[in-house]
Design a protein around this ligand. Structure first.
Ligand code: PHE
Length: 339
């Protein structure tokens, strides 16, 4: 009897099971009613009384050991089951980190939104342009310095083909195919041959505005720009127009807004003046209307052009223009909440 118990104890200690089914087979083999251990119990009757105590203890030990060993084996499955539970094909996907909108896009959309509420529709044109749309149709004299290599990127083999230096080229593209009333804004990228630094880049973005109709006056222009400035920078923003010159507008002006960083008190951004320039504007030069097939004795118009980077800097105080095109996600993610 003792030998049998020892033999079973060795078997029990050596029990192995790779899965729950094998474990169940072991349980049946050793512990079920007809299993090897209960079988020992039935032989127990035959044990001489003086040995009953010892044998009884040994059988109980064997049973305990068998149960403990099975629990050990079961635990291993539990762990590997837990491993498998990672592979739950019904669960939803891990949250995908969403990208953020580029600050220039955020501001561009805001500009578009303000002007669409005033009835402006979107227009666009190509970035690779020819001299006519960028310069000639915009009333630039043949020898105007802006045509100079300093400012304009020319295609070497085709000096007539250039990268547009301003979105005013879209004015001409629109007038060519549309009769007044015309009320469009044209956002887009422009290129200038400048050395790249924190305050200048060889490409940047503008939004052009053009309104051509009967009886359009400078007052209309001023009112629209005031409304824009207040929508963009807050209702207490003031504007100021300074006389200027552009070949395609007459009269021309540059518009400043009260510095929204210091509230007009004077700071480093506005160089202590309390004002910052944000756009160029003016009444469309009658020559431009004529060059683009619109009768300047019937129609008049205004136009304006602003740099999106400039507006974005004012809103978000980005000190280095290069940040806009470096695609550093740490910078871009800062605009997450502005989306
Ligand atoms: N095209 C001008 C520039 O790039 C801006 C402008 C647009 C000025 C329309 C007047 C009217 O500086």
């Amino acid at each position: 009897m003792i030998d049998k118990i020892n033999e079973l104890l060795a078997e029990v200690n050596d029990m192995k099971a790779k899965n729950a089914e094998e474990l169940e087979a072991l349980r049946i083999k050793y512990l079920s009613k007809k299993g090897k251990i209960p079988e020992l119990m039935s032989d127990f009757r035959l044990v001489p009384p003086e040995m009953k105590k010892e044998i009884g203890i040994r059988i109980n030990e064997l049973k305990d050991r068998a149960q403990a060993r099975m629990a050990e084996l079961r635990e291993q499955f539990a762990i590997s089951d837990a491993d498998n539970s990672d592979l739950d094909l019904t669960r939803t996907a891990y949250p995908v980190q969403l990208g953020t909108r580029h600050p220039l896009t955020i501001v561009k959309n805001e500009i578009i939104d303000i002007f669409s509420r005033l009835g402006f529709t979107l227009a666009d044109g190509p970035e690779v342009e020819d001299d006519w749309y960028v310069f000639s149709s915009m009333n630039f004299a043949e020898d105007h310095p802006a045509r100079d290599m300093q400012d304009t990127f020319f295609i070497e083999s085709h000096p007539d083909i250039i990268l547009r230096t301003h979105t005013s080229s879209v004015q001409s593209r629109v007038m060519e195919v549309q009769k007044p009333p015309i009320r469009v804004i044209c956002p887009g990228r422009v290129y200038r041959n400048e050395a790249i630094s924190y305050r200048a880049h060889c490409f940047f973005h503008q939004v052009e505005g053009l309104y051509v109709d009967k009886n359009v006056s400078f007052t209309d222009l001023k009112q629209v720009l005031l409304l824009f400035a207040q929508e963009m920078f807050g209702s207490d923003t003031k504007i100021r127009l300074r006389p200027s010159y552009f070949p395609f507008t007459e009269p021309s002006a540059e518009m400043d807004i009260s510095c929204n960083i210091c509230g007009g008190k004077g700071c480093a951004f506005c160089k202590g003046t309390g004002w910052v320039e944000i756009l160029g504007c003016g009444m469309v030069d009658p020559n431009v209307l004529e060059l683009n097939g619109i009768d300047s004795s019937v129609y008049s118009g205004y136009a304006f052009g602003m740099g999106i980077e400039r507006i974005t800097n004012l809103k978000y105080q980005v000190k280095d223009l290069r940040m806009f095109s470096e695609n550093d996600t740490r910078f871009l993610r800062e605009f997450e909440s502005a989306n």
